[in-house]
Design a protein around this ligand. Structure first.
Ligand code: SF4
Length: 154
């Protein structure tokens, strides 16, 4: 899996102060996508064990208390990303049990395959659905268009 940006202190993508990872790879091709540079799976940089370890350390760093991890992109549930994301969310739940995980995807919750569903079983909040330009509403929080749904799972 490749990623584009990792923000160890982020207050924009989800509630509270968070670590946020924007991964590479998205096949939804939404019209008006704000992040087209992330579509190719080979764009960005490799998500190495060192980056993953840094992310875990940041979540557990008590000097700046983070509420959790936000996973966006690109699409964290793109087939090229699912095995790395599953490993990551399992690790966060195991090693950072007091942190929540929010994940943004262009897929709909009811169309996820088995592996994607397994990832979702480890996260707290899923924001699903493609970005629909005609349903864009700048007053929405944590989603870009009205069709997208914030699923509070646990
Ligand atoms: S799902 Fe997100 S990253 Fe992918 S094309 Fe749509 S808006 Fe862009």
């Amino acid at each position: 899996m490749n990623y584009h940006q990792y923000y160890p202190v982020d207050v924009v993508n989800g509630p509270g102060t968070r670590c946020t990872l924007f991964v590479a790879g998205c096949s939804h091709q939404c019209r008006g996508c704000y992040n087209q540079s992330t579509w190719r799976i080979d764009s960005g940089h490799p998500f190495t064990p060192a980056v993953e370890n840094q992310l875990i350390d940041d979540l557990n760093d008590h000097r700046i208390r983070r509420q959790g991890l936000s996973l966006s992109g690109g699409d964290p549930l793109h087939p090229n990303n699912t095995s790395a994301i599953l490993r990551l969310v399992k690790r966060v739940k195991r090693e950072c049990p007091d942190k929540d995980i929010w994940l943004w995807t262009g897929y709909m919750l009811n169309e996820l395959n088995e592996l994607q569903q397994e990832i979702v079983s480890h996260i707290n909040v899923l924001i699903d659905g493609k970005f629909e330009q005609e349903l864009h509403d700048p007053t929405l929080i944590w989603r870009g268009s009205n069709n997208q749904v914030i699923h509070y799972l646990r």
